[in-house]
Ligand binder design. Structure first.
Ligand code: ZN
Length: 137
């Protein structure tokens, strides 16, 4: 397949540069319109302070072998910061009635599910990218 034929593909991989250190990274074409790009090194050691909100608008180039690590981080973060306050708000009245053991189980389920969703989304994107890259060779 030639490069032209892949133009209809949803995910075309193009070169971009990290907005923080200038390193060349890969970026799906549709992500080019985001304000900033970030390489994995800058993600792990941010050169400037970046809030979670800002981070959600930045395209981060993550190597596939780092995804596992990120998956566990995401589960841990979601359990602590996202899942629990959300359950608490939604089920405040119920939660007062249940035991600590039940609460721990509930938190685990919500956290694990959110993390798994994140992983599947990311894996799906990566797999599609790999297929496009293969077909360009
Ligand atoms: Zn960088």
């Amino acid at each position: 397949m030639t490069e032209e034929e892949t133009e209809n593909e949803e995910e075309k991989i193009v070169k971009a540069s990290c907005s923080f250190c200038g390193k060349e990274i890969e970026c799906p074409e549709k992500m080019l319109k985001v304000d900033k790009h970030m390489c994995y090194e800058c993600y792990k050691n941010p050169p400037v302070e970046i809030s979670e909100k800002e981070l959600s608008k930045i395209h981060i180039d993550i190597p596939i072998n780092k995804l596992n690590e990120m998956f566990y981080d995401a589960v841990a973060t979601q359990m602590k910061e996202i899942a629990f306050p959300k359950i608490w708000q939604e089920r405040k009245s119920e939660l007062k009635e249940i035991s600590k053991k039940e609460l721990a189980e509930l938190m685990f389920l919500e956290g694990a599910m959110a993390g798994a969703g994140f992983l599947f989304e990311t894996m799906k994107d990566k797999e599609e990218n790999d297929i496009v890259e293969e077909s360009l060779k």
